[in-house]
Design a protein around this ligand. Sequence first.
Ligand code: ADP
Ligand code: MG
Length: 385
Amino acid sequence: MVENKERLIDATKRLLDSGTSEEDAKQSMTEIGVPEHEADNIVKQAKKISAIAGKSIEDPSIAIVDKSDSMEGDFWGSNEGNFFKNRNFFKNKSQVKKTKETPNLLGNLMPSIKEDEPETKHATLKQYKYKKTNIRETIPVLVSDFDKLVDRRGLKKGDTILISGGAGTGKTTFGMQFLYAGAKQRREKGVYLTLEETTEKIKENMMENFGWDLDALEKEGLLAIIKIDPLTIARAVEATLTKERGGLYIEFEQFDLPFQFDLPFKPDRVVVDSLSALSIAFMENSQGYRQYLRHLFETLEKYRSVNLVFGETEQSPKIYSRHGVEEFLADGVIVFYNIKVHNSRENALEILKLRSSRHAKKLVPYKITDNGFEVYIDEEIFRED
Ligand SMILES: Nc1ncnc2c1ncn2[C@@H]1O[C@H](COP(=O)(O)OP(=O)(O)O)[C@@H](O)[C@H]1O
Ligand SMILES: [Mg+2]
């Protein structure tokens, strides 16, 4: 219990350190179902520790290369925490009511649902069953040596990982390589949901840059690239919210939502490129965006695939998601940096958190080459300071 609360505190600390206002952090938490008094409490505790831990990688006093090869225990690494796994918990009105009356809410959410609590059993039956019967399979990411950075050598099916990075840092390359390698090496099925570039453009770029024949994979039924118009989604969500407003509680899953993707097959791997395009389409309607995001993460979770969701940030981001709620919802956060080293710029990635596995905690250099995204796990980034 304590541990799950710590997770929220940790994410909140990162948000505050990166300039998110207390109000926004609180709102993000309440929108994923944390009651206001708990959110207040979490912000208070995050503030206490943020003064010490609030330094960014731009700060020269921070050694950015961890020379040890050891995989450190991850703050988020416990498999016991069910808070995020049970995001859907809040779907049921009566439960929301119940938890509101319960003083220790976070504690109450977690054990996801004790067996001897019949009233919580109904709404969480799916997760419950899943928890008891399924040990989630790990599948390797297969992008260069990335898997060597993760103790379990891959990501767990059902995980949704947020990957944040600036324009040109290789997000699209990483995402497509993840699908391409999965299809080629393991015959796993991949879906690429593009909210930015057209299908044709992506195929053309991947062929020209890396020689990947995506048409051939599509013909084999191992890949589907689906173009989604973010404006259409934003308008539809807005219309639905306007219609529903006035009710005390927005029961989102009752809506006839767009973005219930009609996939041609059950995927093993899914990429969403990118949330930023979606966020921009929602413009000032951040409530609509956040609610939709929650719905999107829940939809992705149901596929039981490994999902990579991209977000575009600054080149050396201190803020990993525009609304913070992405970070609360994701099972992991990876950042792609573009760092100035002497007179040039170099790329490095960092696994900030990964719920499902222990992982390396250091900046790892990478490059885009003719072979695609290449990770150099034994090399270090040297900085001018
Ligand atoms: N074969 C290649 N060799 C070296 N660099 C490449 C090659 N192909 C593409 N690039 C570069 O890799 C970068 C990554 O692009 P991309 O994956 O589209 O990034 P993002 O999606 O983050 O904007 C681009 O700046 C592009 O110019
Ligand atoms: Mg891109």
